[in-house]
Design a protein around this ligand. Structure first.
Ligand SMILES: C[C@@]1(CC(=O)O)C2=NC(=C\c3[nH]c(c(CCC(=O)O)c3CC(=O)O)Cc3[nH]c(c(CC(=O)O)c3CCC(=O)O)/C=C3\N/C(=C\2)[C@@H](CCC(=O)O)[C@]3(C)CC(=O)O)/[C@H]1CCC(=O)O
Ligand SMILES: NC(=O)c1ccc[n+]([C@@H]2O[C@H](COP(=O)([O-])OP(=O)(O)OC[C@H]3O[C@@H](n4cnc5c(N)ncnc54)[C@H](O)[C@@H]3O)[C@@H](O)[C@H]2O)c1
Length: 232
C-alpha cells in the first residue's frame, strides 16, 4: 500500500494562516453537531423533508415535523419512534422558538423564507433546502459507516459534484471503515486507561500497514489481534 507523503501527515505548523485563508473561497466552517436529544424542527413533509428527518434521527435528534400532509415514510417514523412528532398543519409564524436547529423544505418560497427569518432572528441555525439565500448552514453530501462520516461540500458550487465525490470516496474507503474505527477506538481507550498520551502510538504507521486490508476482506479477528499486539 502506498505511504502518505510527508506533507499529508505533518501537523501544519509551518503553514502561514493568512496564505491559507486567502487561498480558500469556501466561506463555510465544517462541524459535526452533537444533536442527540436536541429538539429540531422540519417544516414540510415531502420526500426532501423525509431525507432531512432521517439524517436528523440518525444523529439522535428529536424531530418535530410541521406540514399539512406528509409522505408515508414520515408517517411510519412518527408511529415507530417517540422522538418523531408530526403536526399536520401549515407553519405558524414564530414557531421556530425553542428549537435548536430548523430545516425548511416546503418548496414554497415565501414560507421557506419566513421560516428562515423566524429562525435567524432568534439565533437558531436554519437550512432551507436548495435555497442558499435562506440558509445559515448548508448541508453536505454524506456517507456513513458506523461512526465514520464522510461529508462533502462544494461550498454550494455544485451539489451534483458533492454527491459524485461522496460516492467515489465511499467506494475508495470500502465497507469496513466503521469496524476499523471501532477497533482503533478500543485501542485508543486502552492507551488512555494506561495513562499514556494517545500520540505515543504511531497510528498513521499502523494504518499504512496491512490493518485496513485485513478489515476490508472481513478478517476482523486477525485485525483485532494485530491491533492488540501493536497497541497493548
Ligand atoms: C449535498 C446535498 C445535501 C442535501 O440536500 O441533503 C445538497 N444538495 C443535494 C443534491 C442536489 N441538489 C440539487 C441537485 C441537482 C444538480 C445540481 O444542481 O448540482 C442535486 C444533485 C442530485 O440530486 O443528485 C439542486 C440544488 N441544490 C441547491 C440549489 C440552489 C442553488 O445552488 O442556488 C439547487 C438548484 C435548484 C434548482 O434551481 O433547480 C443548493 C444546495 N444544495 C445543497 C446540498 C447545498 C450545497 C451543497 C454543496 O456545498 O455542494 C445547498 C447550497 C443548500 C442546501 O440545500 O443545503 C444533496 C446531495 C445528496 C447526495 O448525497 O446524493
Ligand atoms: N436538497 C435536496 O436534496 C433537494 C432535492 C430536490 C428538491 N429540493 C427542494 O426541496 C423542496 C421540497 O421538495 P419535495 O419534493 O419534498 O416537495 P413536495 O412538494 O413533495 O413537499 C412539500 C411539502 O411541504 C408541505 N408544505 C407546503 N406548504 C406548507 C406550509 N405552509 N407549512 C408547512 N408545510 C408546508 C407540503 O404539505 C409537503 O409536505 C423542493 O421544492 C426543492 O426546492 C431539495
Amino acid at each position: 500500500m502506498a505511504t502518505l507523503a510527508a506533507e499529508e501527515t505533518a501537523v501544519p505548523t509551518t503553514v502561514d494562516p493568512s496564505e491559507e485563508i486567502a487561498a480558500s473561497t469556501a466561506g463555510h466552517y465544517p462541524v459535526s453537531l452533537v444533536i442527540e436529544d436536541q429538539p429540531c424542527l422540519v417544516v414540510g413533509g415531502g420526500p426532501v423533508a423525509a431525507s432531512k428527518v432521517r439524517g436528523l434521527r440518525i444523529a439522535g435528534a428529536r424531530v418535530t415535523v410541521v406540514a399539512p400532509s406528509v409522505v408515508p415514510v414520515i408517517e411510519r417514523l412518527a408511529v415507530q419512534e417517540p422522538a418523531v412528532v408530526v403536526h399536520r398543519r401549515t407553519y405558524r409564524s414564530g414557531e421556530t422558538a425553542g428549537y435548536r436547529l430548523v430545516i425548511t423544505a416546503t418548496g414554497v418560497a415565501d414560507i421557506d423564507a419566513a421560516v428562515a427569518r423566524d429562525a435567524t432572528s432568534r439565533g437558531i441555525w436554519v437550512n432551507s433546502a436548495d435555497d442558499p439565500a435562506n440558509c445559515s448552514f448548508i448541508l453536505p453530501s454524506v456517507h456513513r459507516d458506523g461512526r465514520v462520516t464522510v461529508a462533502v461540500s462544494t461550498g454550494g458550487a455544485s451539489p451534483a459534484l458533492a454527491s459524485w465525490i461522496r460516492r467515489r470516496l465511499a467506494r475508495c474507503c470500502g465497507q469496513d471503515m466503521g469496524a476499523l474505527a471501532e477497533l482503533l477506538g478500543q485501542a485508543r481507550k486502552r492507551v488512555q486507561a494506561s495513562g499514556r498520551p494517545t500520540n505515543s502510538v504511531d497510528w498513521q504507521g499502523l494504518l499504512d500497514g496491512c490493518l485496513p486490508g485485513l478489515v476490508n476482506v472481513g478478517r476482523l479477528e486477525e485485525a483485532r489481534r494485530l491491533v492488540e499486539l501493536l497497541v497493548p
